[in-house]
Design a protein around this ligand. Structure first.
Ligand code: PAF
Length: 292
């Protein structure tokens, strides 16, 4: 595996991998990450390897998606350990740009996807999805992948990136080649996240109540329970389990993320963000006959 950290090195490495322009050397899959890799990321890498000839992983802790009072400085950084994991997975190329390579002096562009970015996590983290869309569009333009893989764990992020690709007619990758991979969970059901490491043991145990309560709510809604009642019951269970506060509990259309008051024929998603022991956890699950 080659590790590169300047745009010039990246372009040279990509040309070596698959030819200057005709891609005769094969299809490239990009897995964008911020490092601190865990089994969830490695699942994306394996899925990418199954579908493309070469896997490129990016590691960049993107300052533009952190708010002023968020954990940018504390965000775990472990490039050598991450690189070893990726090497063992047979990744061809690791793109680990410096902040200067990604945002040179004078950088002034902001990519903003209105609507789908605004509610849910966007409401609690103003500017977060602009930061995500800006860096992901840059990563797409830098690597020009045939396909890109993202975890469904960050469901709103995936919706924002797909909306951006659709709106801007992206071709590398095309919106249909932006692949969402189902959330990887710990044995007790907690969605894997780099932030789980911040949980104290007692909070870590209680955190597993979140997916359990969500599964109960999904089953209730699918069996015809009133949505308001099922969501209210879910909120009560989350707080009873030891979460200190809830940012949102909502049933939404899977594509627009607009709140739903009834299940229709389009895919729906149950989405939750809640805090436990100072750590904000998010999770989501498909709901309804279409199970999208
Ligand atoms: O999901 C992440 O790790 C980040 O938001 C991403 C997509 C790599 C952009 O910085």
């Amino acid at each position: 595996m080659q590790t590169v950290n300047t745009l010039h090195m990246l372009r040279t490495a990509l040309a070596q991998l698959c030819g200057q322009s005709d891609r005769a050397g094969g299809r490239i899959a990009l897995v964008p990450t911020m490092g601190a890799l865990h089994e969830g990321h490695l699942t994306l890498v394996r899925r990418a390897a199954a579908e493309a000839d070469h896997v490129v992983v990016s590691i960049f802790v993107n300052p533009k998606q952190f708010g002023a009072n968020e954990d940018l400085d504390a965000y775990p950084r472990q490039l050598a350990a991450d690189a070893a994991m990726l090497e063992a997975e047979g990744v061809a190329l690791l793109w680990a740009p410096t902040a200067e390579a990604m945002y040179p002096a004078g950088f002034a562009t902001n990519v903003s996807v209105a609507g789908v970015s605004d509610g849910l996590c966007g409401a609690a983290r103003p500017g977060h999805f602009d930061g995500v869309a800006t860096v992901v569009l840059k990563l797409f333009n830098q690597v020009t992948p045939d396909m890109a893989f993202f975890g469904e764990k960050d469901f709103q992020q995936l919706a924002v990136i797909r909306a951006m690709a659709r709106d801007l007619d992206l071709t590398r990758p095309h919106v249909d080649a932006i692949i969402g991979v189902p959330t990887v969970r710990e044995a007790d059901g907690l969605a894997m996240s780099s932030r789980n490491r911040y949980l104290l043991p007692e909070h870590r145990t209680a955190a597993a109540s979140l997916p359990r309560a969500m599964r109960t709510a999904v089953a209730a809604i699918e069996s015809g329970a009133a949505i308001g009642e099922a969501l209210g019951q879910l909120e009560d269970e989350i707080l009873a389990a030891g979460f200190s506060s809830i940012d949102y509990v909502t049933l939404a259309d899977s594509r627009s993320l607009a709140p739903l008051i009834a299940l229709g024929s389009d895919p729906a998603r149950l989405l939750v963000a809640a805090r436990i022991g100072g750590t904000r956890l998010i999770d989501n699950m498909a709901v309804g006959p279409a199970r999208g």
